[in-house]
Design a protein around this ligand. Structure first.
Ligand SMILES: C[S@@+](CC[C@H](N)C(=O)[O-])C[C@H]1O[C@@H](n2cnc3c(N)ncnc32)[C@H](O)[C@@H]1O
Length: 215
């Protein structure tokens, strides 16, 4: 069956309420409603907050972030695919692999971020163990980038496919943030292993440690 880039057949998409709603509301993807849920639950965004979005293609999270934080701040998106949706000119998007991104370089260029979000997912193969492992690795990389670029007190939210290491991942977030919680959005398709882990309040010790590491 022909599949779209977001993993649903064209026919299934035509009957998917979130897909149809996103289309009607001019968002680049249905994932926007997951970020909205995360924001409503964990109060991630406010006017003026600077945001780094990892795995930002096709761009619906960036569209939502623009609405929530306004223009007087920094919004940066990174993905291996080029974002084509129209975004205001102050939004900066980069084509790149997060495994090659240098957190300290980003921090020097854009300043510390208030919020780092990641909706990154590997290309799934259907082989669960491998798909989950690659998703966990992307999650850990997002956490590493967040710990290297957020200000003290900043927030982090990232997707992961739930597997055996899930409790360990929550512990890893707890080690870096004052509060760590997992969340299953209503807009996640039933039967999916997709979860989000949210860290609120980057610990001062994490921000301090990176400064001393860099001399
Ligand atoms: C579900 S999509 C993100 C949807 C996006 N949040 C939106 O609302 O439009 C996941 C994205 O993660 C990206 N991705 C996967 N591995 C990556 C990597 N190593 N570096 C950067 N982006 C990656 C994929 O290219 C894909 O576009």
């Amino acid at each position: 069956m022909a599949r779209s880039s977001r993993g649903l057949s064209d026919k299934a998409q035509r009957h998917d309420p979130a897909y149809l709603r996103a289309k009607k509301e001019n968002y680049a993807g249905r994932a926007v409603y997951k970020l909205q849920e995360l924001d409503q639950k964990f109060r991630l965004f406010k006017r003026g907050r600077s945001v780094l979005d990892l795995g930002c293609w096709p761009g619906s999270w960036l569209q939502y972030v623009v609405e929530r934080v306004g223009e007087e701040t920094t919004i940066v998106g990174v993905d291996i695919k080029e974002v084509e949706v129209e975004l205001p000119s102050f939004v900066q998007t980069f084509v790149g692999d997060v495994y090659k991104l240098k957190p300290e370089g980003f921090r020097k260029r854009f300043g510390e971020f208030d919020v780092v979000i990641s909706d990154m997912a590997p290309n799934t193969t259907g082989e669960v163990v491998g798909d989950v492992f690659r998703s966990e690795e992307l999650f850990l990389r997002a956490l590493e980038i967040a710990s290297g670029t957020l200000r003290t007190g900043g927030h982090f939210a990232a997707k992961v496919f739930q597997g055996e290491r899930f409790p360990e991942l929550i512990e890893a977030v707890k080690a870096n943030f004052s509060e760590a919680k997992s969340f299953h959005t209503k807009n996640t398709r039933s039967g999916s292993r997709e979860r989000y882990i949210v860290g609120r309040g980057l610990r001062a010790s994490v921000a301090k440690a990176r400064v001393s590491d860099e001399g």
